[in-house]
Design a binder for this molecule. Structure first.
Ligand code: NDP
Length: 295
């Protein structure tokens, strides 16, 4: 029987843990974790993400600081805001919603965030810390995948893991995390030869390609765990439907466990953003980190 890994339920559990921890921090120490989200411009998808992040932040009892800036905001003004948030002691996490308008240098903006407040884990210092196996801020989506894998398997040590996709926000950090768990890790990408054979060696197969339903059952080793990071909107029978990078019907017939889309990795991403903000707050105050919510 194939296990459907319920990311929605798992994310609700993570949010509950965060909420309980936040309540204790507020009650016992008078500390309220705070998350600042900066949105530049009118990108429709980004507006939805930012709204959801705000609602989830409030729901777990954290302070939410939203900064909505005009699309034509200058780099200087945005950098000044980031520096102001870096200095603000009530802000423990800073997230600059990507993509930024093209006239803004995303790397410069992200690398201006205080690494200790970089809850997206995109600052070059956090990338380096993760790559060298040191304590860092870990990107939310791969962190969510790792939590689900640990929950399902316990130890991942010695397992063959294949990550399809080598982006800086998903593929590479996912591979680093799996390496940290002592998996034997392969990173595949658009130039990989015989991708099907590579994927069929995987005990753990993570798909982060951005191609709707590309990974079919043929790519899956019988009994493997499949994590589908993809979020693709496709038109089907005149309606818009959300599908992953994995073709669920054929892959789930072969896999031992699989995350669905929607309801798999997606809900974990915001839950991990909240977890990272809590972790950042604990670190900033010299307090023990929340258990089970870090890499
Ligand atoms: P990118 O477009 O940045 O990276 C895609 C990767 O897939 C690249 O490394 C590319 O290889 C590889 N790739 C593309 N086509 C193929 C192919 N035919 N065979 C093998 N590899 C291929 O995407 P992201 O990493 O940002 O996102 C991946 C997916 O995850 C998307 O569907 C996105 O929507 C989703 N996503 C979901 C999140 C969530 O919260 N659940 C968060 C972030 C992303 P190459 O480098 O050679 O071009």
């Amino acid at each position: 029987m194939t296990t459907i890994i319920d990311g929605k339920a798992f994310a609700a559990r993570v949010r509950g843990q965060v909420q309980a921890h936040v309540a204790r921090l507020v009650e016992e120490r008078g500390i309220q974790p705070g998350l600042a989200v900066v949105l530049v411009g009118e990108d429709a998808a980004s507006q939805v993400y930012v709204r959801n992040k705000h609602a989830s932040t409030i729901e777990v009892g954290m302070a939410s600081f939203e900064h909505r800036l005009a699309a034509e905001t200058s780099e200087g003004d945005l950098l000044a805001l980031v520096r102001q948030l870096n200095a603000d002691r009530s802000v423990h996490g800073i997230l600059v919603q990507l993509p930024l308008p093209p006239h803004l240098n995303s790397e410069l903006i992200i690398n201006t965030i205080d690494p200790a407040k970089d809850v997206d884990g995109f600052h070059i210092s956090n990338v380096g810390l993760l790559g060298t196996g040191q304590k860092s801020m870990v990107p939310c989506t791969p962190l969510g995948c790792l939590m689900m894998l640990r929950d399902h398997h316990g130890s991942l040590s010695g397992m063959n893991a294949v990550v399809v996709g080598r982006s800086n926000i998903v593929g590479k950090p996912m591979a680093q995390l799996l390496l940290g768990e002592s998996c034997t890790v392969t990173i595949a990408h658009s130039r990989t030869k015989d991708l099907v054979a590579v994927c069929r060696r995987a005990d753990i197969l993570v798909a982060a390609v951005g191609r709707p339903e590309m990974i079919t059952g043929d790519y899956v080793k019988p009994g493997a765990t499949v994590i589908d990071v993809g979020i693709n909107r496709v038109a089907r029978n005149g309606k818009t439907k959300l599908v992953g990078d994995v073709e669920f019907a054929s892959a789930s017939a072969v896999a031992g466990a699989i995350t669905p889309v929607p309801g798999g990795v997606g809900p974990m991403t915001i839950a991990c953003l909240l977890a990272n903000t809590l972790t950042a707050c604990c670190r900033a105050n010299g307090l023990p980190e929340p258990e089970g919510l870090t890499a």
